[in-house]
Design a protein around this ligand. Sequence first.
Ligand code: AMP
Length: 282
Amino acid sequence: MQIATTIAEVRTQVKAWRREGLTVGLVPTMGYLHAGHASLVDRAAADCDRVVVSVFVNPTQFAPGEDLEAYPRDFTHDCAVLEKHGCDLVFHPSVEEMYPPDASAYVELLSEMPKQLCGKTRPTHFRGVCTVVAKLFHIVTPDKAFFGQKDAQQLAIIRRMVRDLSYDIEVVGCPIVREADGLAMSSRNTYLSPQERKAALVLSQAVRLGQDMYAKGETDAEIVLHAMRAHIAAEPLAKIDYVCAVDNETMMPVLALCEGTLVAMAVYIGKTRLIDNFITGA
Ligand code: AMP
């Protein structure tokens, strides 16, 4: 497995692969890798001849006061995980390599999509995500790019960016990987104290509750969301940011659940903001 820190190194390697007629998959990450990330790498290795994984804590997707400095990092461990899962090239650039000091070009969806759900508390987040992913797409020029359903709004926004900007890239969404007790894997789970770790189970429990209600025939979004919110609110360490049902393509709220509706939540457990979701009928 190769490790590249510059854009030029990545371009040289990808061009060499292309000359051999090989297909390339890209998995963008912020590192501190867990089994959720590894599942994306596995899928990329199954679908593509060569796999590039980026490990970059992207400053433009953090607002002032968020956890940019505290965000966990362990590049040695990340490389061990990636090697095991069939990654061919790790792209681990510095902030300066990705963003010249006077960089002023951004990629942003101007529709309502990035303003819904996480966009309400993180109004500049998806601009940072789109910008870094657009740059990675230009640098790696992958045939396919792999993203987790865990970040459902991010996945929908990237799909829309790819459509609107005519990238010749297939975006592949991959299922949420969970701990044995249901908690969706996240690099931020490391922030949780043992007591908070237990409290964090209300997210996946609310997901199960919503899934069960829909499976039993309840399609009134407010009834399902109310039950989910009540379950979370019963946990003293939990504070709801949002629990919403939206159209999975536009991210706009829906009143009735139908097959393919996204039911998504963000909940603070202590100071840590966690997200989880499900798609009805999936
Ligand atoms: P991050 O490093 O948190 O930016 O995540 C990098 C990629 O891994 C994103 O596409 C995430 O959606 C995906 N991912 C993170 N956690 C999980 C998980 N538990 N299951 C599946 N994919 C995940």
